[in-house]
Design a protein. Structure first.
Length: 288
């Protein structure tokens, strides 16, 4: 199964891809929790039981449209849970008594034809087609290959090192005229230990070699180094967005906080399809 994690107001909405019917199924409990702004699992489950009974009494066809699929829970086990397809989720939202549903529907109906949407699908394919195994590990060339794959046909500069200087949030990345030498130095950096790899990753972040799409590309680049050298990868779901973004800012002068965050999120599930897909979801979520 292809598992996807979407985020609404920093809350997870899990989804499972149905190959046979070519559509996504979404966790009803996740959406009920979002719409009620409730994180207590028992309260969410009880509300859904109440709402199901109410809809059934009103002869609403929504309840019969649900299916049950296994999803990974917080305790690490998989449990059957009610799921609805896109049409069902839209109908569910319309039957909610609060005004949160309008904002949710605006988000839910967001088009996957956007640059991020298309790029994200390419990122999934990178793993599923095993193309990732043909990419150089830990080099600028390898990073260019990743960027070119993710953004090819979306940006005319896909895979190309920028020729202009850029900054973000007041921070000036390596000037364009110094970028070539900076990337050569990064290529020469060791990548044998976790400390080596994180320092190399932090330096590449300071270089920011592309006009756009640096974060999404370098996180895959980082995981590839960890996989090859340490037989590990990152469970990105264990690193909160705010903590990661702050650690990245600090890493321009001190990478120790970033190192600690990544160290505690490492896993040996390097060939786990769901782990990679979840990592892509989180990676794109970091950029929202």
């Amino acid at each position: 199964m292809k598992i996807s994690i979407r985020f609404f107001d920093d809350r997870e909405v899990r989804a499972v891809w149905d190959d046979e019917h070519a559509k996504w199924w979404f966790s009803v409990l996740d959406i009920v929790g979002v719409l009620n702004e409730e994180s207590d699992y028992t309260k969410v489950r009880n509300y859904w039981k109440y709402l199901k009974a109410k809809l059934k009494k009103e002869k609403n066809q929504l309840v019969s449209a649900t299916t049950q699929l296994k999803l990974l829970a917080a305790d690490g086990k998989k449990y059957k849970t009610d799921m609805l397809d896109s049409e069902g989720i839209i109908e569910l939202s319309k039957n909610f008594p609060n005004n949160k549903a309008t904002k949710f529907l605006d988000w839910f109906l967001y088009s996957d034809t956007s640059i991020d949407g298309q790029s994200k699908r390419k990122a999934y394919t990178l793993f599923e087609s095993n193309l990732i195994n043909e990419i150089e590990v830990g080099t600028t060339k390898g990073l260019q290959q990743i960027h070119a794959y993710l953004f090819g046909g979306l940006y005319d500069f896909a895979g190309q090192i920028r020729a202009r200087s850029i900054s973000k949030g007041g921070y000036q990345f390596v000037y364009a005229q110094h970028l070539k030498s900076a990337l050569q130095q990064i290529d020469a950096m060791p990548q044998s230990t976790l400390e080596d790899i994180i320092l190399k990753y932090a330096e590449m972040n300071k270089a920011h070699p592309f006009m756009e799409g640096n974060g999404r590309s370098t996180r895959i680049w980082l995981d590839m180094m960890l996989k090859k050298q340490l037989k590990k990868c990152i469970d990105w779901s264990k690193i909160k967005k705010e903590n990661y973004m702050n650690a990245m800012i600090i890493s321009t002068v001190d990478a120790s906080i970033l190192l600690q965050q990544i160290k505690t999120a490492l896993t040996i599930k390097i060939n786990d399809r769901e782990m990679f897909m979840k990592g892509i979801d989180y990676s794109y979520y970091y950029e929202e």
